[in-house]
Design a protein around this ligand. Structure first.
Ligand code: IPM
Ligand code: MG
Length: 360
């Protein structure tokens, strides 16, 4: 399997290094072969080439079977021209690879119950949900967009726009995912206000005809934000548009108490998928061996699960082995600073990965 590796900025490099050690161990243990090639994205790419997404990076990603990403961005590039901000690199590669489906699982590791921000009686009901976020449409990419002067004052605008085919293909991903889980799909929109949401709901209902075995519900986004903290156990799969999904997936992750634990997959039709932790580049702790590498290690598991081809053979078992090793490491009491608790074995990024490797 050919993997394009993009460490990016901040803690990106240190967490990706640890994830690659896991990949090496998988290769040695399971007789798999991974060819990795590194590419620049985000702030480091701006420094080296002037662009957050150099041509060479796009080429390497397209030639790979999968892409592993650390994180992009940092204060160093905050004042830069918005057109070449580090985040542009990430948005650009999503678009270039047609990665319209972003899967963000948020589940509570029983070992990390204490880290959960919610009341114990709510936590007791469990959190195990999947946000399926549309990733290449909506206000993120819609035109017209910009800031201009009209009647003597500045006006800023974006366009939340979706065509039917964009809605139906992400709805299908949502239904398929629900089918493999508890068969409940909640489509989140703002159909009481937005025209684009009214179409969203109509199309999702049309697609649901093909999935009679999946129970479909609809929720307005403001209510969904509230229900996520009031009782997250009610959700199985949530499908929603780009901006709502950006917001709700951060909320869904942090209620598990462990944004440093959660992986994500961005998938398109036929293109290599992109796998990354959902957390950011955490410049405040970069280079101090403090970052939690588990989200990136779990992203490797997702990578193997979703990028298996005829060439590579089914890697589901390997993915499960990595996830099992992470869980065992937690049950042994190893914790990085973000998930520390009294009496735990507080470790750094490298030592956390050491423990996972020993358990793999
Ligand atoms: C995410 C991030 C990105 C987004 C940023 C960094 C462009 O917040 O992956 O959720 O808004 O999609
Ligand atoms: Mg986000």
């Amino acid at each position: 399997m050919k993997i394009c590796v993009m460490p990016g900025d901040g803690i990106g490099r240190e967490i990706v290094v640890q994830a690659l050690r896991v990949l090496d161990k998988v290769a040695a243990t399971y007789g798999k072969k991974f060819e990795t090639e590194e590419a620049l994205i985000g702030g480091c790419a701006i420094d080296a080439t002037g662009s957050p997404l150099p041509e060479a990076t796009v080429r390497l990603c397209k030639a790979a079977d999968a892409v592993l990403l650390g994180a992009v961005g940092g204060p160093k590039w905050d004042a830069i021209d918005p057109a070449i901000r580090p985040e542009r690199g990430l948005l650009g590669i999503r678009k270039e690879l047609g990665l319209f489906a972003n899967l963000r699982p948020a589940s509570l590791f029983p070992e990390l119950k204490h880290a959960c921000f919610l009341r114990p009686d709510i936590v007791e009901r469990g959190i195990d949900l999947l946000v399926v976020r549309e990733l290449t449409g909506g206000a993120y990419f819609g035109t017209p967009k910009g800031v201009e002067v009209r009647d003597g004052e500045r006006v800023g605008f974006n366009n939340m726009i979706y065509s039917e085919h964009e809605i139906s293909r992400i709805a299908k991903v949502g239904f398929e995912a629900a089918r493999k889980r508890r068969k409940q799909l909640c489509s989140v929109d703002k159909a009481n206000v937005l025209d684009v949401s009214r179409l969203w709901r109509e199309v999702v209902i049309e697609v649901s005809q093909d999935y009679p075995d999946v129970e479909l519900s609809h929720m307005y986004v403001d209510n969904a934000a509230m229900q996520l903290v009031r009782d997250p156990s009610q959700f199985d799969v949530i499908v929603t548009e780009n901006l709502f999904g950006d917001i709700l997936s951060d909320e869904a992750s942090v209620i598990t108490g462990s944004i440093g634990m959660l992986p994500s997959a961005s998938l398109g039709a036929g293109n290599p998928g992109l796998f990354e932790p959902i957390h950011g580049s955490a410049p405040d702790i970069a280079g101090q061996n403090k970052a939690n590498p588990l989200a990136t290690i779990l992203s490797v598991a997702m990578l193997l699960r979703y990028s298996s081809t005829e060439k590579t053979g089914d890697m589901t078992a390997v993915a499960a082995a990595i996830e099992g090793a992470v869980q065992k490491t937690l049950s042994q009491g190893y914790r990085t600073g973000d998930i520390r608790e009294p009496g735990c074995k507080l470790v750094g990024c490298v030592e956390m990965a050491d423990a996972v490797l020993a358990n793999l």
